[in-house]
Write a new protein. Sequence first.
Length: 296
Amino acid sequence: MSLPLNFAYFGGEPLGVPVLETLKATGFVPNLIVASPDRPAGRKHELTPPPVKIWAEANNIPVFQPESLKERDALTPLTKETFDLFVVVAYNKILPKWLLELPVHKTINLHPSLLPLYRGASPIRSAILEDNREAVGVSIMLMDKEMDHGPIITQEAHNITEGEWPMDGITLDAVLAERGGKLLVKTIASYINGKLSPQEQDHKQATYCGKINRGDGELKIDPFNLPTDGIAYATLLKIRAYAGWPGTFFIHRGKRIKVIEATLKKNGELQLLTVLPEGKKVQSFSHYLAHLTKVK
């Protein structure tokens, strides 16, 4: 990146750190990183920094962790100097209009879908869940006060072959983080130099996706009678879409059985490959079944 740039990076999970790595590899490093506050995590509920903060400290970049962006007086690290640009990637707070317009060249956002498709919090997982590989890609937009509504600066589709689909959410997160980071590097200089003009989205074509909750990963399946055909494929899409967070599971005999890996048999039946029974270690599904007695 040859263009000198004073910019702040607002980042969260799952794309925040991988995109930073891609930017760093090109010498394009933010002057300030804005991350979520430390939160209790793990069984001991120990105060834990977010991955973006850990990355920033490892790379000697100042970090700002506001609880809220509503009060201007509490945002001194962002207001005390003139930034050329704010870059937002998977940050989980809404930036007010005055903050979006604070930098010289305002605020841009990397969104992992082909906008206006899948505006919202879960575009990658929703595209997998809805079997919509044609919507997979990345968009860079100029942010406005509405969610994922601003004009598009650049956009790239990510072509996925039928044999690669359905990909799991963790893999597609990584693929689009790398692609999005590279697109940011190619885009920012041209945008700042006026070579790229943001174009209004076709708002009539907009679709939306919501936040994923832990309970969304439950599968209504019987391990002794797994689904076939369309239901089997829909179940596989859910398993692949929710890989990592929130994960998928079924309840059997009062125990939660987490599904780690699955596929489809040639006859269209769902095939579970590996599972994690509650209180046990990861094991093959066949091993799990071998230790069960079928209850009528």
